[in-house]
Design a protein around this ligand. Structure first.
Ligand SMILES: [Zn+2]
Ligand SMILES: [Zn+2]
Length: 259
């Protein structure tokens, strides 16, 4: 498989995952113009996307999911609870996520399997995903209020880990957000801090892991070097200084990487 993170942050999340002959779009939170630009830039032609996979209903993950799925004739996968939401139901072909079982994403002969785990977030349900193809696997965990052991079990043993590292707690506490928003971000329905990311990384850094991509970094309450340093220190403590750490960006796609 190959992964390209198109964008990540509170203004929109989207990644492309090539799995054999199938092309998956993981979240579709960019506006139409930005999404189209980044797909063209990634040489994705019309009808190029086979599956659009939406982790939860917040607009920074779902904004253009229905439009993109319709344009590309893709099958849209999302939590059952949001299949009739406005941004989602524009897709003529929609399917609810499997819950608690591993299943095929598309026809079994394509060999793409997906496992889901519900994570705490103030948009229920929010799903973390583990996608596998030909013995290689990727996990996506974002928009998660607190580290959870059950999520770690469902997502373990992957080559690539896409993991939220939203904020530095001190920067958030001292920053410009109103207290109610600070409480929301810090609470169990909010987002993973750099330190909470480290807790999940400890649980998820298996022997196959070669790359960690940090997601959803707050422009106000985090700095890429802080998040990356926290991840690198954690990996060093685990004896895994060989694992590459990247920070996804809001305004620029990452290089395409092999899973
Ligand atoms: Zn989000
Ligand atoms: Zn969210």
């Amino acid at each position: 498989m190959r992964l390209r993170v198109l964008a990540s942050g509170s203004r929109g999340n989207a990644s492309l995952l090539w799995a054999g002959d199938q092309l998956l779009l993981l979240d579709a939170g960019l506006a139409v113009t930005a999404m189209t630009e980044r797909l063209v830039d990634s040489r994705v032609g019309l009808k190029g996307i086979d599956h659009v996979v939406v982790t939860h209903g917040h607009l920074d993950h779902s904004r253009t999911a229905g439009i993109v799925a319709k344009r590309h004739g893709a099958l849209l996968h999302a939590p059952a609870e949001i299949l009739e939401h406005r941004a989602i139901k524009r897709a003529p072909r929609r399917q609810a996520f499997p819950v608690g079982v591993e299943s095929h994403l598309g026809p079994p002969e394509d060999g793409v399997t997906i496992r889901t785990a519900v994570v705490p977030h103030d948009c229920h349900p929010t799903f973390a995903l583990r996608i596998e193809h030909e013995g290689r696997a990727l996990a996506l965990l974002t928009d998660c209020g607190e580290p959870r052991e059950d999520a770690a079990r469902a997502l373990s043993d992957t080559e690539v880990l896409m993991l939220e590292s939203n904020h530095d707690v001190d920067l958030l506490r001292a920053g410009p957000y109103p207290q109610s928003l600070k409480d929301r971000v810090l609470g169990p329905g909010g987002h993973l801090s750099n330190d909470q990311m480290a807790v999940m990384l400890r649980r998820l850094a298996g022997p196959r892991l070669h790359t960690v991509v940090l997601l959803h970094l707050s422009a106000q309450n985090n700095r890429p070097e802080l998040a990356a340093q926290t991840a690198r220190q954690t990996l060093e403590q685990l004896g895994r200084a060989d694992v590459r750490v990247l920070c996804a960006e809001q305004d620029r796609p990452l290089e395409t990487l092999d899973v």
